[in-house]
Every structure is written in C-alpha cells, then in structure tokens.
Ligand binder design. Structure first.
Ligand code: AKB
Length: 341
C-alpha cells in the first residue's frame, strides 16, 4: 500500500527541524517539504521530496498536487511579528495569501482522494492584544476567546487565518448545489514563544529569551531588548513539536474547538536571565529596552489558559521552566557550541 504523504511548508525553520525528525522516526508517512531555501543536508536525508520555492507560487503547489496524494499538511511558513512590522504588505501576502493557497491546496487534495486532509496550523499568542499593562496584570491566564484584538500585522494575520481555516473546515462553499467530496480538517494551536536548543529564531519578538541563552552559551554579551519584568508564556521546542503531532493524531470527535492555547511556563525576562546565569556564571547580560518591541510584548498575555487542549486531546508539556533548562536547553546547547569550539 502507498504510504500517506505529509506536506510541510517552512520546513527548514525552527519548528520544521524537530517535526521532520519526529515524523521520520515515526516512519509512517512520506515527507514532502516546501521552503524558500534548500534544507540542511542532515534534514534533507529524511525527506522523500524537497521543493524549493514560495507558498505564493500556485503552479508549484499544483505540481505537488499532481504528483502526490496528500492527507496531512503542517503549514509552518510565516513571517514573524517583528519582521512583519517592517514589511506589513509582504507579511499579509505570505501569512494570509500563502495560507489561503495552502488551504485551497488541501481542499483540492481532499476532493481528489475523497478523504479529509488534516491541516495543522501554528497560530500564536500574537493573536491576543491586551489594551494596557493593567489589563495584562489583572487578566490572569487568558482563554482563547478573550482579548483577541491584536496590535501587530502578524497577530492580525494569525487571528484571521484561524477563522479562514474554520471556514474551510465547516462552511466551505456552503451554497454550492453539489455536495463536496472531501474537506479540510483544520486544527490550530496558539503557540507561546518557543525556545529551541538547536536553532536560533529570527524575526520574532519573543526572540529575547532564546537569544539570551544562545549568546551566553557562545560566550557573547547580550543586551535584552525588553524590561526585566516583561512576561509572556514560553515553551521548549520538543513540547511544541510534540503538541502538533498529538493534535494531528487526536480523534476528530474529541475536538470541541478549532484553535487551542498551549502553555508551559511563563517567566519574566529577569527569570530567564537568572536561570542563564546559573548555567553560565560569567555571562554578560544587560537590558537595553527597545520601547517599540516592548510595546508588542506588553500587548501579549502574561500567560494563557490551555485547559481545553489538556482536556480534549491530552496536551501535557514535559518541560516546566526548571526542567526545560536543566534537562533540555543547557545540556543540548552546551554540546552544540562545544562541538564548534
Ligand atoms: C514572534 O515573536 O513573532 C513569535 C510568536 C510568539 O508568535 N515567536
């Protein structure tokens, strides 16, 4: 029997790394990737077919459609929040039009083989917009339907695409005379800031935490661009990848909503600095606040309520703040940079 095919967009990015390794270890699916740049060689080895190009290139998506029978999509490609503020029109093109292209692609796949296509979409805490620091302090752990008035282009894009996904899953061509053969089974998570020991992020606003850790491990000074008391939720990358896979595997009937908050720990920037200093006592870390980027962090919740994900599909992160540092970040990062010395 032919193996089912999973398509991963933005496959060379931070989440793609861990996801490809996990899917390859699982071995039940052929992996097809799409990214603007060629994959690194060790990653490319796990992949059945690698397409280099843009999610805005519909003819490329058409080629994938004609060559493969796809039943799962992880649509990871996006411009993150800081980058999107410098090029909002391009962000809209990539984040919204690109997502629309992928949803159409998934719909065509579903119609051609007659089965649902599971579509995993990483949204983010950027979908929230706390109107003031006071509101942020008193809100507690926010639920999915609360405070959804984002202030960034990226946040607007994510919030809208969550709804676009829901449209494809529930109401696609609702006035059509003919019934439609297949459908998109859209499932989204709102990720907190993700911290990977393997890759360094770029273009995000939550990047200060991973940047602080990687700089200390490399012995480089780091000036954190948010205040010491800045607080948003974070998660260790293996838990992020694990959550996507777990949600992908969840029975449709157990899902009571299309978009789920995910949380793990919610340190302040100063908590991160203190933890980094314990592991790298000589690290040179200072705070030089960029008030504009700080404004974006202030608009994101201090923590999220992920009770629905825990209840519906058993989300249970392995790493709390202490374990993330002790068992994952510090040992893996040390190995990584020691090898390069
Ligand atoms: C960003 O900072 O843009 C992302 C996010 C939290 O969505 N890491």
């Amino acid at each position: 029997m032919r193996k089912p095919v999973v398509v991963i967009t933005g496959a060379g990015g931070e989440i793609g790394h861990g996801l490809i390794e996990q899917l390859a270890a699982d071995g039940t699916r052929l992996i097809v990737t799409l990214d603007m740049a060629p994959l690194e060689v060790p990653l490319a080895k796990h992949v059945a077919r690698e397409f280099t190009g843009s999610i805005l290139d519909r003819s490329l998506l058409e080629r994938i459609h004609s060559e493969f029978e796809v039943d799962m999509v992880f649509h990871l490609a996006a411009l993150l929040s800081t980058r999107s503020e410098f090029s909002p029109v391009m962000a809209h093109e990539v984040n919204v039009e690109g997502t629309l292209n992928l949803l159409e692609f998934a719909q065509h796949e579903a119609e051609s083989h007659g089965r649902p296509v599971t579509f995993l979409y990483p949204s983010s805490i950027a979908a929230y917009g706390m109107p003031s620091l006071d509101a942020k302090r008193t809100a507690g752990r926010v639920k999915e339907h609360e405070w959804t008035h984002p202030t960034t282009m990226y946040g607007c894009n994510k919030l809208y695409c969550e709804q676009l996904g829901e449209y494809y899953a529930r109401h696609y061509k609702q006035l059509s005379a003919e019934s439609i053969a297949g459908r998109v089974d859209f499932r989204a998570v709102r990720f907190p800031g993700l911290i990977s020991a393997i890759t360094v992020p770029s273009g995000g606003t939550s990047d200060y935490a991973p940047e602080m850790i990687h700089a200390a491990a490399k012995g480089e000074p780091y000036a954190c661009f948010v205040r010491p008391d800045a607080q948003i939720p974070f998660m260790a990358m293996p838990d992020g990848v694990g959550a996507l896979l777990k949600l992908a595997a969840a029975p449709r009937a157990s899902l009571t909503q299309t978009t789920y908050n995910l949380g793990a720990f919610a340190p302040t920037a100063d908590d991160v600095r203190r933890e980094v200093l314990q592991a790298f006592p000589g690290a040179q870390m200072s705070f030089i606040v960029d008030t504009k980027r700080q404004g974006i962090i202030d608009s994101w919740p201090a923590d999220v309520d992920d009770g629905a994900a825990r209840k519906d599909w058993g989300f249970a992160p392995e790493f709390d703040f202490e374990r993330a540092f002790r068992d994952y970040l510090i040992p893996t990062i040390r190995r990584r940079y020691d090898r390069n010395r």
